[in-house]
Structure formats: structure tokens, C-alpha cells
Design a protein around this ligand. Structure first.
Ligand code: GCU
Length: 413
């Protein structure tokens, strides 16, 4: 990695399509030994495990198995939330099984009128569950977070002023009106988003004294692991249909939803919103954010082996289309925004396209888009994609598409 001074001198990001280097992507359907994969069985038994292992070893790092004795505590239930539309619950998950840190808090909204277990969207947030809702009686998050004056985060703690500050990204009423539930979790409950030498969060549960080995979990892997633990809880909740959980994330948390969905087949649908470098975007394109930049700016996100490929993207045994392929045959949706060039919209699109042969091999409708679709013109088959107008954010337009996509796959409509 670079010294801070050298990092400051880093090359300007490339936004010129003609400067994108020529590259050859590894083929998701050719095994490490060079054999062409031609059956669903060979994909499931040979190639998929190979790719999963490559991402574990070289990109995100290996995560431990689920702890044996987690403790789930329902801390509040409100049957007339959102003016009577929703049931709202808060649930604390104690990873060690004892009432001690690390602990993550789930905020759950479910349609009040549901007569059977409901499908849900689950997503991590940046500043605490109380920031996604305008309801002021939700618990104020008590964990470390990145200070942000505009968001009401002072000295790394949430203040009352932070309530509802991210609600534009979470249209809870719309989600409820469409018959879905929402499960929210603050990412920092699982692992605080800074380079602390892996001493805190769930890393502390496993690596209390030392930094993980170069092929062990970074923060993105820890967050993804936390999402799977939240799913462990959802499987115990009778009001939720745990076979219909869509995991959704934005930006660094979109990288996370992809990795969570890739590893844990219990996630029935996976959504990446503007996830960019280390998420949906192809690393080899070196458009906008690169491995060089991301690994220096956020040394804790990936495993240390990922640093080997800084400025040597062609040596990566994988690229991010293979991350998408790990989700097959389950529905996957990737979204980009025109002004979010940092995340490389075209690279995000191409990952979906180059994962399509796996979806086809597994007998699904695949993607069906050869060229990037027009702006605000979503493509939705087994694989979905859109590029919308606007900047790096989560908007109502994005949610509208995710809800339509979920209707198609969870309700056949
Ligand atoms: C930075 C980072 C991106 C990341 C984004 C976010 O811009 O470079 O990789 O996706 O933060 O999480 O908002």
C-alpha cells in the first residue's frame, strides 16, 4: 500500500472510454484446469465452488461459520406503526449468545394487513436504523459511526438530529403498500467502517489478538456475514417468509449485498445499487475508481490478498462478472446512475452481461440485453439492470424497479 503522501499523488481517475485498456476476462464457464463447463451439475459441483474460493482467497476474505448460540431479543413491537399500516419490531442479535457486544439491531416493518408470512427486503444502512424512518420512537443507534454534521452524527455518535436523515433512501410506506416488509440494520453494528486493525465489531469475536491472515475477512465480508446472521433470525420469525428475502445495498453496502448473495444461497434475490469498484463493476476496465484507489482509501474493506492486484488487474483470477455468476440462477439486479461515473456504469452493466452465460446454462431467461439500455429504461428478466438519471444515491425510481422485479420473481407478476 501507499504512504498517505504517495496516495495523494495518485493518478487522476480515467473517465475516457477510449483510454480503457484492452483486457480479456476469465471465463466463468471454464474450470481452473481449463475444462469447458457444459452442464448445470458441473457448474454447481465444480466451477461454482472454484469461483467462490477465488473470491474468498483473493478479494473479500474467508468468513467463519455461523456462531452456535446467538441470542435474539425482541426489544419492541408496535402494532400500529406508520399510522396503522405497519407492524414495527426491533430485534437485537447478540452474536456470542450473551448479552454483550458485538450486537446488531434489526428494525423491521411489516404490512399490518398481511395474512401470511411476507417477503421482505433487507438492507444495511450507513448511519443507524433511526435515520431511515421519520418515526421518532425508534431506538437511537449507540455504536460508533463516521462523523457527519449534515447527518447529525457528532463525535462518532448519532444524535437526535440524525433521526430520519436517510429516509429518502428508504421509502418504507411504498414498500409496505406493495405488500413487502423491510429489515434494516446499521452496518457499523456488525463492523465499524474504519481501519482499526480488526479489533472491533464481529472481527473481535474471532480475531481478538491479531489481524486476520491475508485471505481472511475484511469489513465487507464481515458485513455480508452479518446479513446472513440477520437471515438466521428471519428464519425464526413466523411473520416473515424467509424463502423470499431480497438483499439490497447501496455503494459499499451494494458490494456487500453482492458478496452476501454470492455466498449465501438463502438470499432469494440480490440487488446492487451503484456498487462500483469491488462490487458490480469490472476491475479490469480501470474506469473511475480503481483497485489502487479503493485499497489505499479503504484498506480494511477487502482481504489483504486483494492488494496484490493493484495496477495488475489482468492477473486477477476473477473479475466481478464472476461474482454475479455466483448468484445464478437466483434473480439479480444491478443499478447504475448516469452521474455516478466513479462507479463505472458501463462496467456494472458488462458484469451482468458477462455473467449471463451461467444463467443461461442453468436454464433461466438470463439477461437479454446485449448493449446498455437507454437511460431510465430498465431491463428485467432473471437478471435486471437499469441506468437512471442523477447521481450516486438511492431514489424512488430505483425502488420502483426493485419492487417490480420482486413482484415478477416472488409473485409471478
Ligand atoms: C467511496 C468509495 C466507493 C464506495 C462509496 C460509498 O466513494 O470510493 O467505493 O462505493 O464510497 O460507499 O458511498
Amino acid at each position: 500500500l501507499l504512504t498517505p503522501a504517495a496516495h495523494a499523488q495518485r493518478p487522476k481517475p480515467n473517465y475516457d472510454e477510449s483510454q480503457v485498456p484492452k483486457f480479456k476476462l476469465p471465463d466463468p464457464l471454464v474450470t481452473n484446469k481449463g475444462k469447458k463447463v457444459d452442464s448445470a451439475e458441473e457448474w454447481q459441483n465444480v466451477r461454482r465452488p472454484e469461483i467462490l474460493e477465488l473470491f474468498e482467497n483473493e478479494v473479500y476474505g474467508k468468513s467463519p461459520a455461523a456462531p452456535k448460540d446467538m441470542l435474539f431479543e425482541v426489544t419492541s413491537v408496535k402494532n400500529d406503526a406508520l399510522g396503522g399500516k405497519a407492524i414495527r419490531k426491533e430485534v437485537s442479535v447478540y452474536f456470542s449468545g450473551k448479552k454483550e457486544e458485538p450486537r446488531m439491531d434489526l428494525l423491521i416493518y411489516l404490512p399490518a394487513k398481511a395474512t401470511k408470512p411476507v417477503p421482505v427486503f433487507m438492507g444495511l444502512n450507513f448511519y443507524g436504523n433511526h435515520t431511515i424512518t421519520d418515526e421518532t420512537d425508534v431506538k437511537l443507534n449507540d455504536h460508533w459511526m463516521r462523523s457527519n454534521k449534515d447527518k447529525g452524527i457528532v463525535d462518532h455518535k448519532a444524535t437526535e438530529a440524525s433521526r430520519g436523515k436517510s429516509s429518502s433512501r428508504w421509502p418504507i410506506e411504498k414498500i409496505i403498500d406493495r405488500g413487502y416488509g423491510l429489515v434494516a440494520i446499521y452496518c457499523g453494528d456488525i463492523d465499524p467502517d474504519y481501519d482499526d486493525g480488526f479489533k472491533n465489531g464481529v472481527h473481535a469475536l474471532y480475531n481478538s489478538k491479531q489481524k486476520p491472515a491475508p485471505d481472511e475477512w475484511g469489513t465487507i465480508a464481515a458485513w455480508a456475514w452479518g446479513l446472513s446472521r440477520a437471515l438466521d433470525y428471519l428464519e425464526t420469525d413466523k411473520q416473515i417468509d424467509a424463502n423470499k428475502v431480497a438483499v439490497m445495498g447501496h455503494s459499499r453496502l451494494g458490494k456487500t449485498s453482492l458478496w452476501a448473495g454470492a455466498q449465501d444461497p438463502r438470499f432469494a434475490l440480490v440487488i446492487s445499487n451503484d456498487s462500483g469498484c469491488g462490487g458490480a463493476a469490472l476491475s479490469r476496465r480501470r474506469f473511475g475508481e480503481t483497485l489502487h484507489v479503493i485499497n489505499n482509501a479503504f484498506p480494511h474493506w477487502f482481504c489483504d490478498n486483494f492488494n496484490k492486484y493493484i495496477d495488475k488487474e489482468n492477473e486477477l483470477p476473477v473479475d466481478q462478472h464472476m461474482l454475479i455468476s455466483l448468484i445464478a440462477p437466483r434473480p439479480v439486479y444491478v443499478a447504475s446512475a448516469v452521474e455516478d461515473r466513479w462507479a463505472d456504469p458501463k462496467g456494472e452493466f458488462l458484469s451482468v452481461k458477462y455473467a449471463e452465460p451461467v444463467y443461461k446454462l442453468l436454464g433461466t431467461s438470463g439477461f437479454g440485453a446485449d448493449k446498455m439500455p437507454g437511460i431510465n429504461e430498465p431491463v428485467q428478466k432473471q437478471m435486471g439492470y437499469h441506468i437512471r438519471t442523477g447521481k450516486h444515491d438511492v431514489t424512488d425510481f430505483d425502488w420502483e424497479q426493485y419492487l417490480n422485479f420482486a413482484d415478477q420473481h416472488f409473485r409471478g407478476s
